[in-house]
Design a protein around this ligand. Structure first.
Ligand code: PDD
Length: 277
């Protein structure tokens, strides 16, 4: 694998990261995952715009423009000869002796990345997956794609131990999002998803699905729904850069609808596939 570290492309042996990196001490950084299909980045502009937005929300300077970040991602994709996979990029607030407050202005942020082969999750897309609800114990700025993922990690592990692919966060009885995905319920032909507030990440895949719904005249309500309402849905899906539009067919061991991927889910999947390079 070829990595990008501090302006240079290098193999793994050439990577040097400080033990004082604030990403390592505090999770003080932001990141993005961009999918590659047929040797082309998908929605790279949206992802890099969000990277800069996340950085700005935590008052972090990024030494690259959106276009430059896309350029780095493209280089990583090419140097690693990726046909179907993803590019990972992160920015931390740099390396400095451990104190909580921001380091001096002259401490440069550390930008790193790599690209890796990652096939489409064909079986999950076809057959659907199981999920488990968990209490949302995260902070109140889930709109920031922060490296601080302990709440997400704990949730995913709980799901994993229960034999589930994803954990669904529930806060005060309201369904929020997945540990690394957004969630949509479908009831009587209407698509429901949590509004893009500070309590969820506004996924790029989420936005693509909303765009598809508009194109196909499928009604959407970006509106809160409860855990009880979740169990009543006809269909349920999770979306993310890597999961695409994955049907969720059981939640907490209860079947959703008839327990197989439903007709609107399939329509959305088909339209999504058509948008890919
Ligand atoms: N996760 N919500 C959370 C908490 C996420 O971590 C992610 C993405 C999403 C979906 O966002 P998008 O459609 O832009 O990928 C929603 C990435 C893939 C990850 O952490 O690996």
């Amino acid at each position: 694998t070829i990595y990008f570290v501090d302006g240079q492309f290098t193999d793994k042996d050439g990577v040097r990261i400080s033990i004082d990196d604030r990403g390592y001490y505090f999770g003080d950084g932001v990141y993005e995952v961009v999918k590659v299909y047929n040797g082309e980045l998908f929605t790279a502009q949206e992802h890099m715009a969000r990277l800069l937005e996340s950085a700005s929300k935590v008052k972090m300077a990024v030494p690259y423009t959106e276009q430059q970040l896309i350029g780095i991602a493209e280089e990583l994709m090419k140097k690693n000869d990726i046909d179907t996979g993803h590019v990972y990029m992160q920015v931390t607030r740099g390396a400095s002796a451990r104190v909580h407050h921001f380091p001096d202005m002259n401490v440069p942020p550390v930008v790193t990345g790599y690209a890796i082969v990652n096939p489409r999750p064909v079986l999950n897309l076809q057959e659907g997956v199981a999920a488990k609800t968990v209490e949302d114990i995260r902070w109140l700025r889930c709109d920031i794609k922060s490296l601080n993922l302990l709440g997400n990690v704990m949730a995913k592990q709980e799901a994993h131990e229960a034999g589930c692919v994803e954990a669904i966060f529930v806060r005060d009885g309201i369904v929020m999002e997945g540990s690394s995905s957004n969630m949509f319920g479908i009831l009587n032909g209407i698509v429901y998803t949590h509004p893009a507030t500070n309590l969820i990440l506004n996924g790029i895949t989420r936005q693509v699905v909303l765009e598809i719904c508009a194109e196909l005249d499928i009604p959407v309500l970006e509106k809160e729904f409860t855990l009880e309402e979740l169990y009543m849905m006809d269909e349920f899906i999770m979306t993310s850069t890597t999961a695409e539009v994955t049907p969720v067919i059981t939640i907490d061991n209860k079947k959703i609808g008839s327990g197989v991927p439903g007709p609107i889910t399939k329509k959305l999947q088909e339209a999504f596939a058509k948008k890919l390079p």
